[in-house]
Design a protein around this ligand. Structure first.
Ligand SMILES: Nc1nc2c(ncn2[C@@H]2O[C@H](COP(=O)(O)OP(=O)(O)OP(=O)(O)O)[C@@H](O)[C@H]2O)c(=O)[nH]1
Ligand SMILES: [Mg+2]
Length: 370
């Protein structure tokens, strides 16, 4: 008997991306790099990567049928047990691929939703993630997908629970309505708290995941929010009110990070958490300047900000992690000011604090806050 030693409990995934033309290949490879980090955050192992150049996705399989055959061979060769697509698949594409490849097929949104599901700690975060998962699942409920992914466990299975996924659409809709109601109640509590903060100058830290927002937040507020070299460490917003050193009370908020192709359902259900951002008087847009595609990440951050109607708020660009790229030359991108800092080494922070101070004075003058 031949024993397949390659078979393990962990997911061994092949990542797949589609480039519309050869010029975009590099872009897709960078995106797969990020997908690999996401897979790693979900405890999966990446055993292969494939990029197909194709002007338009195939309606039935997303990739071309030749590539489907190649992937099947590769799965066997590399002992893979899961394929992760960098883009959102239609329910039919996912079903067809799973049938042809006889393995679990997931996409970036499912992976992100999974990571959120494992990281959610507070009641609000759990409700928000569950709501997003159900919204994403609803149109896919008719197919084999749900059944398939539940059978496997692992990625795609940290869902809202087997019983709910086996019930029909109507029941899922009822569940969605129920979750929305519970979230609404939490929302009312939050808005009362927010009202109490109306006379405060509100600063929110935003940016791509892993940019160093929580590290900077801790530095500015002497808090001890968890920081880690991992995607989506922070899901729940934390706020701290500071009074010493400022002319009025200043409230800082640290919140969930953004990523390219963040599932719309997540942005939608995290709206109440992201309300801290929308209600801010000043945003600190934190950027990891040690990454080669930091400009794209600024773009993606601005896109999510637009989605939550926070793209017109005044903001400061904070280029972080300068300790690992000392020669970095900032570009202010139309932001009033750009700062170069190292949150880890507490470098360049005084200038940021001085700017927050200047802004809080302005706020004070404008609104007569005492
Ligand atoms: N070299 C260097 N690393 C930093 C710096 N600031 C933060 N980091 C590291 O970057 C990683 C991510 O930092 P976090 O503060 O957790 O990032 P975040 O933006 O809050 O991330 P999420 O909550 O996951 O969205 C951690 O390993 C930090 O130690 C810095 O100035 N220099
Ligand atoms: Mg964080």
């Amino acid at each position: 008997m031949v024993i397949d030693y390659r078979r393990t409990e962990t997911e061994r995934a092949i990542l797949v991306g589609l480039a519309r033309d050869y010029r975009r290949r590099g872009e897709v490879e960078t995106s797969l790099q990020e997908l690999a980090q996401l897979a790693y955050s979900a405890d999966a192992e990446v055993v292969g990567r494939r990029v197909q150049v194709k002007p338009k996705p195939n309606p039935a399989f997303y990739i071309g049928s030749g590539m489907v055959r190649e992937l099947k061979e590769q799965l066997q060769l590399l002992g893979g047990n899961c394929i992760i697509f960098d883009d959102s698949l239609s329910p039919a594409q996912q079903r067809n691929l799973e049938r042809e490849l006889e393995t679990k097929v997931i996409d970036r949104p499912i992976l992100i939703l999974d990571i959120f599901a494992t990281r959610a700690r507070t009641a609000a975060a759990r409700l928000q993630v569950e709501l997003a998962q159900l919204e994403y699942t609803l149109p896919r409920l008719t197919g084999a997908w749900v059944h398939f992914s539940r059978q496997y466990g692992g990625i795609g299975a940290k869902g809202p629970g087997e019983t709910q996924l086996e019930i029909d659409r109507r029941q899922v809709r009822t569940k969605i309505a129920h979750l929305k109601q519970r979230l609404q109640k939490l929302d009312i509590q939050r808005s009362v708290q927010r009202k109490r903060r109306q006379d405060l100058f509100k600063v929110a830290l935003v940016g791509y995941t892993n940019a160093g927002k929580s590290t900077l937040f801790n530095l500015l507020t002497k808090a001890s929010v968890r920081t880690e070299d991992m995607l989506f460490t922070t899901l729940d917003s934390t706020t701290r009110v500071m009074s010493s050193g400022y002319p009025c009370r200043v409230v800082f908020s640290d919140t969930v990070g953004f990523i390219n192709k963040l599932p719309h359902e997540l942005v939608e259900s995290f709206k109440s958490t992201l309300e801290e951002v929308r209600m801010a008087d000043l945003l600190l847009l934190v950027v990891d300047c040690s990454e080669s595609n930091y400009e794209e990440k600024i773009e993606h951050t601005r896109e999510v900000l637009a989605e939550i109607s926070a793209d017109t708020l005044p903001y400061l660009l904070i280029y972080n992690k300068i300790d690992v790229c000392p020669d970095f030359a900032p570009n202010s991108y139309g932001a009033p000011r750009a700062f170069v800092v190292s949150a880890r080494q507490a470098k360049g922070i005084a200038a940021v604090q001085a700017e927050i101070l200047a802004n809080s004075y302005q706020y004070l003058k404008q609104y007569n806050v005492f």
